[in-house]
Design a protein around this ligand. Structure first.
Ligand code: FE2
Length: 265
């Protein structure tokens, strides 16, 4: 069973806040220095790849149950890249805060939260070619994505914005902007739930892997508290245990939800 502090950190900050090892070479950590030295693109860590996979499964489930409209290839590309890069800004957060096993002070916590803004600033400056490099790899892996058009700045803005707001909560208690309700886009909701579920489910140096049922129950607590989207968590419940525990409650469909809502910046 996770302690309350660990649980809070996982839900509030997502993966890696306490469990990532500084020397893990395959993580996104250190991409800035690495990229500057070798001009090689940052390598996504397994968590990022798994979050992508969960996000696609969530959307597939939401579409299948009529909760949201099918995404086209360009929207799939935006979702793929948003999920892949959701925590890229953590590379600019001091490692001693990311890997701290003690409770962070409020000021330190604020510093960690800045990873959302750092990610936004980094991604919005990248040329289309940067994103298409990852999309080519995604196509090779079988994802139904399309390369972005040479002048598709709106896609870059959508990706950057989803990364900036992947810790927003529907009741406005998230960060960095305290967005509420419909200002939290479908992409933000999906990445938030996938990130939290994977972080809870994974074994880390400070915790055992959390059983599926316990992870799902934790996510439903977040729904009841008004923080996570019930439709997305319902889809997550179905994916996690093949529908055996999926609640039968009626949830308002999100058919009008857009992947990237016009969130204020
Ligand atoms: Fe994050």
């Amino acid at each position: 069973m996770l302690g309350l502090t660990a649980l809070y950190l996982l839900i509030f900050l997502g993966e890696d806040i306490m469990g990532r090892h500084p020397s893990r070479s395959s993580s996104l950590s250190g991409f800035t220095a690495q990229a500057a030295a070798s001009f090689k693109p940052p390598q996504p860590c397994q968590h990022a790849k798994d979050v992508v996979d969960i996000c696609f499964n969530l959307v597939h489930e939401l579409v299948k149950t009529g909760k949201c409209v099918r995404l086209n290839k360009r929207e799939n590309s935006i979702l793929y890249l948003s999920a892949l890069f959701h925590d890229i800004g953590k590379d600019r957060v001091p490692p001693e805060l990311l890997y701290a096993s003690r409770k962070l002070t409020e000021k330190e916590f604020d510093k960690v939260k800045e990873h959302t803004q750092f990610g936004y600033e980094y991604l919005k400056k990248q040329p289309i070619g940067f994103f298409n490099r990852y999309l080519k790899e995604a196509q090779r892996e079988g994802y139904d994505v399309a390369l972005l058009g040479e002048h598709d700045k709106k896609a870059v803005e959508s990706i950057s914005r989803t990364v900036r707001h992947h810790h927003e909560k529907l009741n406005g208690t998230g960060y960095p902007a305290g967005l509420k309700a419909r200002n939290v886009s479908l992409g933000m909701r999906v990445v938030a739930v996938a990130d939290a579920y994977h972080a809870l489910r994974s074994k880390r140096s400070y915790k055992e892997d959390c059983p599926e049922g316990e992870c799902v129950n934790t996510l439903w607590q977040e729904v009841r508290a008004g923080r996570f989207d019930g439709n997305v968590v319902e889809a997550m419940t179905f994916i996690a245990d093949e529908g055996q525990r999926a609640p039968s409650r009626k949830l308002k469909p999100m058919r009008e939800m857009r992947l990237a809502a016009p969130a204020p910046l």
